[in-house]
Write a protein that binds this ligand. Sequence first.
Ligand code: PGA
Length: 241
Amino acid sequence: MNIQRFTDGRALSQDLARRMLAAIDRQPGLVLGLPTGRTPLPLYAALREQTPAAGTDWSAVRTFNLDEFVGLGASDRESYRAYMERELFAAVGVNPAHVGFLDGRAADPDAECGRYEEAIAAAGGIDLMILGIGANGHIGFNEPATGLHARTHRARLQPGTRAANAALFGGDISRVPEEALSMGMATILRARSVILMATGAGKAAAVDAMIRGPITTMLPASFLQLHPDVTVMVDLAASPR
Ligand code: PGA
């Protein structure tokens, strides 16, 4: 893995935003995989800020987000879909028809997961996957477990993961859904190129184990060691030893 260190999350985010805009300029129909959570907020702010100055045209870009809460959809303020509209899509001009998203309100969640896999394949696969990492080593909602799912699936969230998402729900953990739909490990590993961002001391142990530890289902991010093109962007606090 290629490790890149930055003084802080802002510097990291500015650099990654420049890199993403350059990738779109080179390949206007780029297929992006995107994360939510706290870590990418400064990235999305940097993309909002840099896009007009760079003159980058997002209208042909396709996006697929990693995950969504079961029970929530585009019209729910707490959904990841609504988060992406607020933080990125509307401001940079992503064509709504090019937004791929899991529908947490789908009547048949299993069918919805299958549809998502097909939509990603129909778009030609993900060119550039941007990831965060949970303090427990999860990516997307692939939580540490004795077994992991390859494909997009329905996932049960661990208490720490629900706590990490409470801010979206007014700080009330009891309102965070217990289940989500998430890309699986193979969905993520099939991306042509992967950039994982980690900031803050709370991520240091997970980043270290991801890079140096054994590949284990108990730390899902460790499977990224199998991918030929992974860049890990960290701030000093999250930096591996
Ligand atoms: P965070 O979440 O950015 O809110 O810490 C990261 C993740 O869980 O993937």
